[in-house]
Design a protein around this ligand. Structure first.
Ligand code: GLY
Length: 403
């Protein structure tokens, strides 16, 4: 037996003994999500503004957006995950319908980098589960569109091709969130798209690794580059507390993004970096492991949490726990992920009868006063993704195999 196989078996046994978040609790949480989503489906308006995005604190009804919104892919993606987790055909029909609403994005000029969040979460999950060739065409066309934002002088994708405060437009800006959209480029390059898409994704990840992080591995939200020379001009925030603070969701995008980059490239630099940005994040969490919206807000503990960052990190750590080489590190990441999911599944964070989302207490854009302590669709998406990943691990499957 090879050493890695032995490690895998030891880790499998260890976790199925440790049971921080037991399999019946995972199943219960998936059933809960099914019930909430079926209620949401009943509340969808017959309108082009029909994609659930968020529910303000203290309110019951979703705010709906259309396909152009950066969050438009999370709802169809959530429905695809629910189809995978429950095999309820109603979810397949709705996931297909809501995914198709996003098709125009594959034919239009890029509005910004969010195309991966939009098209890969929807059509990407749909293709993974059905093999529908129409979905594949949409993903391939959109990956090419995303690639039009790549600036070879800088080596990264232009995240916001428009004037945004503090970004010195028309200079080049890149935000840490953009790491997630690389997954669609990696996928496209392996599934009939150009090899250049892979090179763009690798370049973006390497240049971001060099310029986007402080010496303690905390991330800037945005970096502005000279678009002609590629020189870094400055690191700043947009949604965080301050230019030098660690905005929780920004760090969660880095953790998820570099874990995914290692999966796609097997470049050990990415695995090492994923662990560095993760270990920095894990150092300073409250006891329930759900972060405050920004780690450096001086008002902590009297400031909002961000359940969405916790859901993103829980999902990423489940993957990272299967990729790291040292069993002690793997078990630490798995344990943290299970604790995060256990907290998120408690009455402190699940929406239950408050509204039909899965989770409360996410923070969207605090400096703009928007979606503070709210239910937000991307928290739900990464929560159900993480629950399915954990279920697969508990039954001895790879997180990449369908249930
Ligand atoms: N990508 C925007 C956000 O994380 O809020």
């Amino acid at each position: 037996m090879t050493r890695s196989k032995l490690n895998y078996i030891l880790i499998f046994f260890f976790f199925n003994l440790s049971n921080i978040f037991a399999q019946n609790k995972v199943d219960h949480a998936i059933n809960y999500c099914e019930k909430q989503a079926l209620n949401t489906l009943k509340s969808i308006p017959n309108d082009s503004l029909n994609i659930p995005r968020s529910i303000a604190e203290g309110e019951y009804n979703w705010r709906f957006v259309d396909y152009r919104d950066w969050c438009s892919g999370f709802w169809p993606g959530t429905l695809w995950y629910l189809f995978e987790g429950t095999h309820n055909p109603k979810f397949k029909t709705s996931a297909d319908k809501f995914s198709r609403e996003l098709s125009p994005l594959s034919m239009q000029k890029a509005f910004d980098h969010d195309l991966g969040f939009q098209i890969f979460n929807s059509f990407g999950n749909g293709y993974r589960l059905t093999g529908n060739e129409e979905y594949k065409k949409v993903i391939l066309a959109t990956a090419d569109t995303l690639a039009t934002l790549f600036n070879p002088k800088v080596g990264t994708i232009l995240s916001w091709p428009r004037a945004v405060p503090n970004m010195e437009w028309p200079q080049h800006n890149t935000i840490i969130d953009n790491m997630i959209n690389l997954e669609m480029l990696f996928w496209a390059s392996k599934n009939g798209g150009s090899k250049r898409l892979y090179d763009i994704a690798v370049s973006h990840a390497l240049v971001t690794m060099k310029n986007h992080f402080r010496s303690d591995y905390t991330s800037y939200h945005a970096v502005v580059y000279d678009k002609a020379t590629g020189k870094k001009i400055k690191g700043v925030t947009h949604q965080g507390y301050a230019d030098n603070s660690m905005w929780a969701r920004g760090q969660s995008w880095a953790i998820y993004g570099y874990t995914m980059c290692y999966r796609e490239t097997k470049n050990p630099l990415f695995l090492d970096f994923a662990q560095k940005v993760t270990d920095t994040y894990l150092k300073d969490l409250p006891p329930d492991l759900i972060p405050y919206w920004d780690f450096n807000d001086p008002g902590i503990p009297n400031v909002p949490r961000d359940a969405s960052a916790a859901a993103v990190v829980a999902s990423a750590l489940l993957e990272l726990s299967t990729l790291v080489k040292e069993p002690s590190k793997a078990s630490m990441y798995r344990e943290k992920a299970e604790t995060m999911l256990s907290s998120l599944s408690s009455d402190a964070y699940q929406s239950r009868t408050t509204n039909n989302a899965f989770l409360l207490h996410s923070t969207g854009h605090k400096p703009a006063g928007s979606e503070i302590d709210a239910a937000i669709i991307y928290a739900d998406y990464y929560y159900i993704e993480a629950l399915l990943r954990l279920k697969k691990l508990k039954i001895g499957k790879s997180i990449y195999a369908p249930i």
